[in-house]
Write a protein that binds this ligand. Structure first.
Ligand code: IMP
Length: 432
């Protein structure tokens, strides 16, 4: 494959500018070809990255996409929450398909997802009834809860069985009260959990390290480091559509804390933007389409979750949310994905503002309630009928598709430097 004229590195953050599922996996995989280190900085196995190499499709949930290149060190940073069984399974899957997972490095400070986190995630959601977040039920939120109440168990604790058992016992005293007295379900027994987790320790031992130091050394040595975000801006615990969010910071600030680097290590922030928009789970969604247009986006775009298989809600590109994402993460350029899915629509719409009873919003509204009740103000653009999946240069695209890309640039105020027109690595156009 032709090599990409690469972006200035060493430090590039790549993150989702919408509600996740923007196609970050493919873009990270492409950029990883020139990277030395790829670091996941937040989230856990709630994420799903699909990478297509030749005829093969790989679904990863925890290991950074860079693992596909044997020259890359894939790192799971301290900001992540790790289900060790899932990590080991993912490594075994890669190994069985000829990809060496021995290079995967795991932060000693990352927090562990424990069986009670998964159980609590499920029962807490059930108790929310109609107010459900629609979590992935992987235990992500409860693991971060424990991190912030300082009751978490970290990867490093696996290597000190006495401390591990002590922390587990302490946690279970609390969790079993919650499970039985609040959520009316069965308690968990600590002994089998300790036994299972302490066997993970031996298997993970060679992977665990001080990943902040590893990344700092890589940067000092002039290596290229890619910081890979999971989920997306609007799912950020601080900047997203709270409470319908995940429990970590996918935005650029999260990369610094979650990998243990300072801002001077970063010189580029790539926002991945799908040419339309989708979300899974509950929460407001101003440009959602509950009609045949939305249905077509789901069908043509294959909009079903990699992790849970859930149907994603789809709608027109939201320029208000896009500008917001550019602002809160300091996005310097955009990778526009799935443009091919928009082929065949007569007219395309992009939201440029929201109207509510009180006001017109061109900036993302401060008050969450507005997002539930507003009406998007759309700009209409001409569609194109051609199949564009074979386009490899900007000039190969129909004029209307070129105009759509330019419109996204004008709205966002930053250049679109990459356009994806299909799932394969080669189905990508580079723009200067
Ligand atoms: P959690 O991250 O499992 O706690 O789920 C919280 C919210 O984030 C739910 O609406 C999920 O559907 C959503 N979510 C979590 N991970 C992803 C992802 O990788 N893509 C899209 N949505 C996600």
């Amino acid at each position: 494959m032709e090599r990409l004229p690469l972006h200035p590195m060493p430090g590039t953050i790549i993150l989702g500018a919408q509600w996740g599922d923007e196609g970050k996996g493919k873009i990270t995989d492409l950029l990883a070809e020139r990277a030395d280190v790829v670091v996941r900085y937040q989230g856990g196995n709630n994420a799903g990255h699909t990478i297509v190499v030749g005829d093969e499709k790989f679904a990863l949930s925890l290991i950074p996409s860079g693992v596909m290149y044997d020259t890359v060190t894939p790192v799971i940073g301290n900001g992540c929450v790790v289900d060790p069984a899932v990590l080991l399974e993912e490594m075994a899957m890669l190994s069985s398909r000829g990809i060496e997972p021995g290079r995967v490095q795991l932060s000693a400070n990352a927090h562990l997802i424990m069986p009670y986190h998964r159980k609590l995630d499920a029962v807490m959601e059930r108790y929310l009834g109609k107010q459900q977040i629609g979590t992935t039920k992987r235990g992500i939120g409860p693991a971060y809860m424990d991190k912030f109440t300082r009751q978490g168990i970290r990867v490093q604790d696996l290597f000190d069985p006495k401390i591990f058992r002590q922390k587990l016992d302490d946690a279970l005293k609390d969790k079993n009260k919650l499970l039985t007295k609040v959520y009316n379900t069965l308690p968990l027994d600590g002994a089998p959990i300790a036994e299972e987790y302490l066997t993970f320790a031996d298997r993970l031992y060679d992977h665990v390290t001080d990943t902040s130091l590893l990344v700092a050394n890589a940067i000092t040595d002039g290596q290229n480091v890619l910081f890979e975000g999971a989920q997306g801006t609007l799912l950020d615990i601080d900047h997203g559509t709270y409470p319908f969010v995940t429990s970590s910071n996918p935005t650029a600030g999260g990369a610094l804390v979650g990998a243990g680097v300072g801002p001077s290590s970063i010189n580029n922030v790539i926002g991945v933007v799908k040419a339309y928009i989708s979300r899974v789970g509950g929460g407001p969604f101003p440009t959602e389409l509950d009609d045949e247009v939305g249905e077509r986006m789901v069908e043509v775009g294959g909009e079903f979750g990699t992790v849970t298989g859930r149907r994603r809600r789809c709608g027109w590109l939201d320029g208000v949310a896009l500008r917001y994402a550019v602002r809160v993460s300091g996005i310097t350029e955009i990778a526009l994905t799935k443009l091919d899915v928009l082929s065949g629509f007569d007219r395309l719409k992009v939201a440029v503002a929201y109207d509510s009873l009180e006001a017109r919003y061109t900036d993302f509204p401060r008050q969450q309630r507005v997002l539930f009740n507003c009406h998007p103000v759309y700009e209409e653009l001409e569609g194109w009928s051609e199949d564009i999946s074979g386009a490899r240069e900007h000039d190969d695209l129909p004029k209307a598709a070129q105009r759509y890309i330019e419109f996204v640039e004008e709205l966002a105020g930053v250049p679109v430097t990459m356009v994806s027109v299909g799932p394969q690595r080669t189905a990508t156009l580079l723009r200067s």
